[in-house]
Structures are given as C-alpha cells and as structure tokens.
Design a protein around this ligand. Structure first.
Ligand SMILES: [Zn+2]
Length: 182
C-alpha cells in the first residue's frame, strides 16, 4: 500500500489568496507524487485567536484541519493570511504535525507589505512554495536538513528562505524516495 496514493488536500483558510492557493496546489502533486484536491475553504477557527498576542495558535488550527480528513492517509494543508504562533516562538511561517498529517502555512510574513515594501508577487510565491515543501517533508517525517540551501532547511528568517533552493538536496530526496516506496 503506497501512502503516496493518498491525496493532498489544500484548504484555503479565511481570506487566503486563492491565486496563490491554486498555484501551489498545481505544483505540489508532482513533487510528492500524489493527487491534490482544493477544498472550498474554511473559516479560521476563532478559538485559535490569542487576543493578547493578536496572533493565531498554529496547533489549534492543525487540530481543526485534522477533523476534515476523509481518511487517515490524506494530508491536509491549510494556507492562511493570519500571523501564526507557537507558545515558545514569536511567530512561525508554518507548522506541521506528522502524526495527524496536517500542516498550516501563513502568508503573513511572506508579503513584502509586512516589511513596509511594495507588494511583489514574484517574492511571495517562492516563499510560500518553499515553506509548503518544507512542512510537507516534516509531515513525511523527513528529518530537518542542515544544508542551508536545501528547501528542507529549517528557516527562521526570511533571508534563509529567500536564499535556499526550492528543491530537496540529494539526502532529503533519498529520504523522500523511501517514503514514496512505502
Ligand atoms: Zn536536505
């Protein structure tokens, strides 16, 4: 039984940019050799909002995403515009859970507007793409990579994301091939 025959389900959360959601959905299937569906969309769970921090708790969003899985072999990936956090971090670009096979990625920090710069679609999409691939690799339990130009390098700053490739390095690719043959 190949787990990679199970689908990837992309869920636009809240007001997530549908052009970017559609673009990432079209790109993902080929990388992971799986069918990709896009769901109609889901509201951001209100209980994930932390008023004090004015941010959204990524873990709560993942637990909501897990509930919409049609079967255990699906991977659900939410894309949102909101600023995400974990209790021990100021913010996160994305977060994933390999047991639940869920991931959520935020466009909040990827937008140039966040840095007081004019919007630039050519910057947002590569950032989103790299973060989605990184989080999907986490979902498949591929260990984070120490090679700073590998897409699976754990980027904590935007410069890290902009500087790394959009592909897995040879080691990560071999790890992914093992997942693909399961
Ligand atoms: Zn790597």
């Amino acid at each position: 039984m190949s787990i990679l025959r199970a689908k990837i389900v992309i869920v636009p959360l809240g007001e997530a940019d549908l052009t970017l959601v559609n673009k990432i959905a079209a790109a993902l299937g080929g990388v992971f050799n799986r069918g990709v569906d896009i769901l109609k969309g889901m509201r951001i769970p209100q209980e994930s909002f932390n008023e004090t921090r004015n941010q959204y708790y990524a873990r709560v969003i993942l637990s909501k995403l897990e509930r919409i899985k049609a079967n255990q072999r699906e991977t659900v990936v939410g894309i949102c515009e909101q600023d995400l956090y974990l209790p021990n971090k100021h913010f996160v670009y994305g977060y994933s859970d390999n047991l639940g096979s869920t991931a959520v990625i935020s466009l909040f920090h990827f937008r140039q507007e966040f840095y007081g710069l004019p919007e630039d679609d050519n910057k947002i999409y590569p950032r989103l793409y790299k973060e989605v691939i990184h989080q999907m690799a986490n979902v498949y339990s591929i260990p984070s990579c120490s090679n700073p130009i590998c897409v699976h390098f754990d980027s904590t700053e935007m410069m890290d994301i902009d500087n790394k490739n959009d592909r897995l390095c040879d080691i990560c690719m071999r790890n992914l091939q093992q997942v693909k043959t399961l």
